[in-house]
Each structure stands twice: as structure tokens, then as C-alpha cells.
Design a protein around this ligand. Structure first.
Ligand code: ZN
Length: 253
């Protein structure tokens, strides 16, 4: 469900029970539950920012359900604290998801991964975006680079459920640093058409991100060359220096 200016809140349901992922606002969640006759059975959180957890108290007032969330992000609403290696059996749904630690945007940020054959899902909050990545509010470039590396290593048919509709603006930056990428040019056309039709560009897929997202492609000579040409990177830089320069450029693009 769209919320605020450009957030997506996710509701996973089987027609009877539902789990909410990052419910920053309770109103769209409660409206969807009512409209579809669903009972909320769990809340899953990726990180501590208000636009991801703000609706939790009102949802709990109506549905006193378990709240899964990161162990290290200081969210006192969490009843089931998680870290990498944990597996969540989502109450009410035949759904198991594995937890990955993906620090960078926040230090405790986690992601949820469904590994069911043929049904690969990723809920990654504000870590990986369609065509981009989250800002480094708390972590270092090296941490974010490692976190994105874990996500890029997931199967390419993994559906990427990120938490914001930033795709078109992310791809404008991608074209500035990776202009010769034909897969990117095709994607720009596709995603612009979706937005023009009022459709979401999310979920994306890991395969599409690997081929078009500069924050997974900072080792590519074309992107390194663009950073050097822009005076944002010296010759002989390391991958983490290239990643950091790319993120800093995007901040001011
Ligand atoms: Zn955030």
C-alpha cells in the first residue's frame, strides 16, 4: 500500500491472515484489512525509522500480535528480536523467512528473505532500492557495500520489495554514471511507462538490479571511469572508495 509521500507498506496475506511489513502508518493497513476481511497475525520491521514503525502502536491496540524486528536497532515495540541466522515462522501464514543483517542505512537494519523454491522474496526496507540504495545515516560505506553484496548474491528471480518509490529518480542518476548500459536504457523506458500509467515500479528483481543498479555495479570500469571523469575518484581507487564516491555523488545529484 502506498503511504506518506512515496513509501510502500507491504501486507502479506493468504486471504484470511495477514502480516504487515514496516507499517509506518496504521490507516492504510487497517483499511486494507477491513476491505479484504483479513486478520492481522504479525508485524515485521526492518529498521527503526518512524516511517517504518509509526503505525505499530495503533495496530497493536486492535491486534495484539507479535512484533518481529532487529535486535540492534533499539525498537522497544519489538517482541521477537532478530539477527542474521534467525528464521521467522510468520504466525498465521505458511511462511518462513530468513533474516540477514544489512547495516548501513541504520546500524541494526535487517532484511527478510523467503527461499521457497519458485517463490523468492526479499523485504529489504531502505537498504536496496529499485535502481538505488538507502542513504548512510548510521553506517559506513564498507558496511553498506557488504550489505548490498549479500542481497546481490540472492537468486536473480528474487522479488525485491523495497519501501519507497524512488525508482525514476534513482535511474536518472544511474544513467549519468552508467550511460552505455543497454539494460539500463530499457529499464528506464519500462519504469517511466509504469509511472506514467500510475503503476508501481516495485517489486523489482535481484537480476534486474544486478544489471542496472549502479550501487551493485560500482566495480564496472564504465562506472569507475565516470567517477574519475567527474573528479570524484582518483586513479587506482579501491571498490569501497568507488562505492563511497558513488553514494556521495547521489546525495547531491
Ligand atoms: Zn529509513
Amino acid at each position: 500500500m502506498p503511504a506518506f509521500k512515496d513509501n510502500y507498506l507491504w501486507l502479506i496475506h493468504d486471504g484470511v491472515h495477514a502480516a504487515a511489513v514496516d507499517p509506518g502508518d496504521s490507516a492504510p493497513i487497517l483499511a486494507a484489512l477491513g476491505e479484504h476481511g483479513l486478520t492481522l497475525t504479525a508485524i515485521l520491521l526492518t529498521h527503526h525509522h518512524a516511517d517504518h514503525i509509526g503505525g505499530v502502536p495503533e495496530l497493536l491496540a486492535r491486534f495484539p500480535v507479535p512484533v518481529f524486528g532487529p535486535r540492534k536497532d533499539g525498537i522497544d515495540l519489538v517482541t521477537h528480536a532478530l539477527a542474521e541466522g534467525d528464521r521467522v515462522e510468520v504466525p498465521g501464514l505458511a511462511l518462513e523467512m530468513d533474516v540477514l543483517d544489512v547495516p548501513g542505512h541504520t546500524l541494526g537494519h535487517i532484511a527478510y528473505v523467503r527461499r521457497t523454491p519458485g517463490l523468492h522474496w526479499l523485504f529489504c526496507g531502505d537498504t536496496l532500492f529499485a535502481g538505488g540504495c538507502g542513504r548512510l545515516f548510521e553506517g559506513t560505506p564498507a558496511q553498506m557495500m557488504d550489505s548490498l553484496g549479500k542481497l546481490a548474491a540472492l537468486p536473480e528471480d528474487t522479488e525485491v520489495y523495497c519501501a519507497h518509490e524512488y525508482t525514476v529518480s534513482n535511474l536518472r542518476f544511474a544513467q549519468a554514471v552508467d550511460g552505455g548500459n543497454e539494460a539500463l536504457a530499457l529499464r528506464v523506458r519500462d519504469e517511466n511507462a509504469k509511472r506514467a500509467a500510475g503503476l508501481p515500479t516495485v517489486p523489482s528483481s535481484i537480476g534486474l538490479e544486478r544489471s542496472t543498479n549502479p550501487f551493485l555495479r560500482y566495480r564496472e570500469p564504465a562506472i569507475v571511469g565516470a567517477l574519475v571523469a567527474a573528479g570524484r575518484l582518483g586513479d587506482g581507487a579501491t571498490p569501497v572508495q568507488a562505492f563511497a564516491a558513488l553514494r556521495e555523488w547521489k546525495n547531491v545529484f
